[in-house]
Design a protein around this ligand. Structure first.
Ligand code: FAD
Length: 383
């Protein structure tokens, strides 16, 4: 989708100001307390961030994926958890925009665009993460309804969401349902069966959810009857946007780690000079900045491809793979440069170090990214 460049630049600058003014002063405290950032989310709603890529006719800002990636980088440089609140929301919105019926789009997208209803994605199960075809959650047809039974794992935003993009087995194969529910720990036959305590990425919920005879109307099938059995391919396509989110948030965390390191290296003195004067530290800073720039360019290239309406499995996979490994490496390098102080909870470096590994695992592990990239390349270069 072409974008209004002035509006995009203005919004990115507004988000940067929001992060400086409102996020950085509270991020570490909220994260350590594992407290949901209600106030920050209200401000994100007011800025229109829940509708960034949703089309204007459905109440969104209609900006492109490149702008979304820039916003995600800004937010993650402040506090990565804020980007997780947006990620599965936009996967939901993308599923609806690409595959929803006109009725589903008209009913759901405007409420997603304002943030009144927030979306989540429920693909993974206790025994089906990388191996999505092993998923067991069932949706059994019963007249005009489906009855859903099963356990879903790792549902980020699951409790607070009002809309779940749910992958479940129907007689036709794996189908995606847009399940509307009241936010909260229990809604109809859906309940939060376990809160998952995480190393980092705290302050927003990632939960296990049980479906016990939960009934949804047949109209909840994404794309209507034509969507039956196509859910997995719909979701895997939308995960390309999720991978751009992960790559962009990795750039944000890597940037924060780098900027903290280059500031500290000029302040901290050893042997009578700032440590930035030691060549060993200079080499680290040079490598960090080079990898960060490469990660950002890969992320932009994947976003551009999605904006051109092209398949971006290879590019989104490359961006996610490289940027997440970069964030992981830069968080550790920043900690080394900070010496003992980097290992304390007084500075945010320890948070970057705990947040970074998630990006290696989430949205398809980096082992799976390599498989996706290789498969795409072999198709493109087939003899
Ligand atoms: C904090 C967090 C939030 C999440 N949020 C969501 C969410 O909102 N919605 C959702 O649906 N899911 C979510 N996930 C799930 C996430 O996508 C999965 O954890 C991920 O896909 C990996 O699945 P798994 O954990 O079952 O690992 P497994 O699939 O069991 O993998 C274990 C190891 O084996 C490797 N492996 C597996 N298969 C292969 C193979 N064929 N070749 C080589 N190596 C292989 C993996 O790379 C990994 O190293 C979240 C996960 C986390 C940690």
């Amino acid at each position: 989708m072409p974008t209004d460049v002035a509006l995009a630049d203005e919004l990115v600058a507004t988000v940067r100001g929001f992060v400086q003014r409102d996020v950085l002063p509270v991020a570490s405290e909220l994260e350590h307390a594992d407290a949901y950032p209600d106030d920050l989310v209200e401000r994100m709603k007011a800025m229109g961030l829940f509708g960034v890529t949703i089309a204007p006719e459905h109440g969104g800002l209609g900006l492109d994926v490149g702008t979304y990636a820039r916003i995600v980088e800004e937010l993650a440089a402040g506090w990565m958890s804020l980007t997780g609140i947006l990620n599965t929301h936009f996967i939901c919105a993308t599923l609806l925009s690409r595959h929803g019926t006109a009725e589903q789009q008209a009913r759901l997208l405007p409420r997603l665009a304002t943030g009144e209803v927030r979306g989540c994605l429920s693909l993974s199960e206790p025994d089906a993460g990388s191996d999505t075809r092993a998923l067991r959650c069932r949706a059994t047809p019963d007249g005009d309804e489906y009855v859903i039974d099963g356990t879903k794992m790792w549902v980020t935003n699951g409790e607070r969401a009002g809309l779940v993009a749910l992958a479940a087995r129907t007689p036709e194969g794996i189908t995606c349902f847009m399940v509307e529910k009241e936010p909260g720990p229990r809604a109809g036959g859906i309940s939060v069966s376990r809160a998952i305590h995480k190393l980092g990425y705290r302050g927003l919920e990632t939960v296990e959810m049980a479906y016990d005879g939960h009934r949804v109307p047949a109209s909840a099938v994404l794309g209507g009857p034509d969507g039956l059995g196509h859910g997995l391919s719909f979701i895997l396509g939308a995960l390309e946007l999720g991978r751009v989110n992960i790559a962009a948030r990795a750039c944000g965390v890597a940037r924060a780690a780098f900027e903290a390191a280059i500031r500290y290296a000029q302040e901290r003195q050893t042997f009578g000079v700032p440590i930035a004067r030691h060549q060993a530290i200079q080499f680290k800073l040079a490598d960090m900045a080079t990898k960060l720039e490469a990660a950002r360019l890969l992320t932009r290239s994947a976003a551009d491809r999605l904006d051109r309406g092209e398949r971006a499995d290879v590019e989104a996979g490359m961006a996610k793979l490289f940027a997440s490994e970069t964030a992981f490496e830069l968080a550790a390098e920043s900690m080394r440069i900070h010496g003992g102080y980097g290992y304390t909870t007084e500075l945010p470096v320890e948070r970057y170090y705990r947040d970074a590994p998630l990006m290696i695992i989430g949205e398809g592990t980096n082992e799976i990214q390599r498989l996706v990239i290789a498969r795409g390349l072999l198709e493109r270069y087939a003899l």
